[in-house]
Each structure stands twice: as C-alpha cells, then as structure tokens.
Write a protein that binds this ligand. Sequence first.
Ligand SMILES: Cc1cc2nc3c(=O)[nH]c(=O)nc-3n(C[C@H](O)[C@H](O)[C@H](O)COP(=O)(O)OP(=O)(O)OC[C@H]3O[C@@H](n4cnc5c(N)ncnc54)[C@H](O)[C@@H]3O)c2cc1C
Length: 381
Amino acid sequence: MIPAMDASYDAIVVGVGGMGSATVYELARRGARVLGLERYDIPHDLGSSHGVNRIIRLAYWEDPAYVPLLRRAYELWRELELRRGEQILVITGSIDAGPAASRTVAGSLRSCAIHSLPHDALDAAELRRRFPGYQVPSDIAAVYQADGGFVRSERAIVNYVEAAHELGAVIHAREPVLGWDAGDAGIVVRTAVAAYRAPRLVLTAGPWTAGLVPALHALARPERQVMLWVQPRRPELFRPGRFPVFNMETPEGHFYGFPIFGNPGFKVGRYHHLHEQVDPETMDRACHPRDEEVLREGIRRYFPDADGPTLAMKTCLFTNSPDGHFIIDRHPAEPRITLAAGFSGHGFKFCSVVGEILTDLALDGRSRWDLELFRLARFAS
Ligand SMILES: Cc1cc2nc3c(=O)[nH]c(=O)nc-3n(C[C@H](O)[C@H](O)[C@H](O)COP(=O)(O)OP(=O)(O)OC[C@H]3O[C@@H](n4cnc5c(N)ncnc54)[C@H](O)[C@@H]3O)c2cc1C
C-alpha cells in the first residue's frame, strides 16, 4: 500500500550518482528542502561513476566551449575538498596524444590556443623521454597540460552526500522511482514504497534516463564499457608524479588511462569499448577474455612496461548522445522538470559544475552559463 503523500520538499532529485549527488548538495546549500532518491546503494557499481577515478583535463579536445565550465568545475571540486577535508582532485598533468592531425591532438591544441592554456607540444621522442611509461611510435604527437589529473569519483559522491546531509538534505537509497506525474499541485514522484510531491524535479538517472523520459530513448543511449587494472612490470614508471593521465588515438582505438592509484595497478580503458548498445537492466556485467584482449593490445603496443598480470576488471556504462555533447535542459513537455543526461563518456569531471547549473535551472529557471551546446532542441531536425 502506498503511504500518504509527503509534500514537504522544494525539490526532488532522482538518481544520486555523480550528477545527482552534486545537485542534491547544491540545492541544499542554497536552502532548498531536497529529497534525493536512489534505486541502488550509495555509492554503487552498476552505473557510470564507479572504478575509483575519472580523468579531468583542461585542454579539452572535444570542444573549446567546455573550458570555462571546466575552470568552474575545478573551483567547485576544490571547495568540496576544503569543506570535507578530503582530497578529491589528484593533479598528475594530462597527455592528449595521437597523429598530429587527430581530433585529440588538434582539438587539444585548439582549446589551448583559444583559452591561453599553458601547455607543451611534444613529439614522440620527447614524450618517451619525459614520461618513459609511454613507449609510443614516432608518428604520435602529444600535448602535455599540467592541470590535468583525475577526480576520485566514488569519494566525490560520498562527500557530496555527506555534505548534503550536513545541510539537511534527505536521501533515500534502495528506493527506485517508478514514475512521475505533473499536475497543478506539483510533481508527484512514485516509488515502490511512497509517493512524494514537490514543485520541481531534477532527473539525473544516468543510463536509466530513457526509462523515466521515453522521449530521450534515441538521445541518451547506454553503452557497455570495460576498465582493466594491470600490474606494471616497472611500477615506478606508472606512479602519479611520473605518469600523467592520458587520452590517445591509435589505429587500435582511443585509449585512456591513469597512474597507479586507489586500486592496485595501472588502469586502462578504450572509448566505446566494443561498441555495444545495451539495456542497463539486462546488460552483461561480467568481463570476458575478449574484453581484456582489446585493452591488452593497447598496453602491449604503447605501454609495454605495464604489460604484467591482470589485477581487476569492471564493466561500466556510457550514456551517449548523438553528437557526444551533454544534454542539460528542461523536460521538453514540462518546464518544472530539469534533466541532465547523455554525458557520452566524458561527464564526471563536470559533476561539480553540473550540480550548480541544474540547481540554477531548477530554482531560478536560468543559468549564467551558455548552455546552447547542451540544449535538446539541437536534435529537433
Ligand atoms: C568506464 C568509464 C570511464 C569514464 N571515464 C571518464 C573520465 O575519465 N572522465 C570523465 O569526466 N568522465 C568519464 N566517464 C563518464 C562519467 O563517468 C559519466 O559521464 C558520469 O559518471 C555520469 O554520471 P551520472 O550521474 O549521469 O550517472 P550515474 O553516476 O550512473 O548516476 C545515475 C544514478 O541514477 C540512479 N537511478 C537511475 N534510475 C533511477 C530510478 N528510477 N530511481 C532512482 N534512482 C535511479 C542510478 O542508480 C545511478 O546511481 C567514464 C564513464 C565510464 C563508464
């Protein structure tokens, strides 16, 4: 039986993962009475934000328009660290590498030029000399940018939730949202155990977004990913301080990776791993020899001193938009609902600033940021 409606909230946030935890915190910080609803544990390893860490980098090859948002994201991560007394950001420097004309290298240089970012353009020999974990062929060019590094993603979620609690937010885990209805008296959110009403709703449901907003079915598509940790043969070359995080375009795919941190071993992934569109309810979360093989291939060719025993593997989910840019907007039919989805494998570093933007949109109806790149209307044609 559904208990009586609880209508004591100013805002409800559905999904307390990366984006949702930052949003619950920011809403509470601005004085809103906020309820966060999460279907699994907090944190958990079935969505998009687990696996210790996520790369953050300023020389954004995807589009220079992200750079001002990144600057704000760094500021807000630092604020969270100060508030909580825990390190969330680890700065290692970042490498963007590939053929000189590749999107990764040319795009990274473009962002550096447009936003006057200090950087070093390296040829392969210089890259190998400065960071000997990288044993790349001579046709690889690289951009080193000293502000790159990673966000401790699971700790970021934990710390946002703890900070939100300190500010009076109410958060329920293990309470899946089944649906919502928008009416004159507010938005009613139904879960398996209760119904809640608030004047505004924020949807940050990651790979499950289309289940709550069917209109996003073709615009926020979950894709299976795999992360691999291996024991380097020469671990001293793969430690923070010696080994910057990287993105590298190669004929075998676009690899990314991290120095040893958190879990034992050197962590590597390949963007769009095996190009598997999946349903998060039914996807295969086991890891298989074929998953390891494609990642090993990259390690063997470009990081041979890391090619030691396997230590861990995990599956994870991207949620891809058609153009790879985020979706941050009002619900197409209901302006009291704000949504954020389609982070396309590069969203975590922005959680801190996305939490601020979603709070602006939910409370004030607008944000000081230029959100054109993220509007749903861009897909209208
Ligand atoms: C392998 C991998 C590597 C990545 N690397 C990077 C990187 O280096 N740098 C970077 O910036 N980004 C990276 N990303 C992308 C980044 O991790 C994601 O963009 C980000 O985690 C998305 O956060 P989210 O809040 O949208 O999703 P999630 O953190 O998954 O949160 C969504 C939450 O909503 C909950 N939920 C869903 N439906 C319901 C419901 N009905 N009721 C209640 N709760 C619900 C889910 O349980 C979940 O907790 C990577 C992603 C993967 C998978």
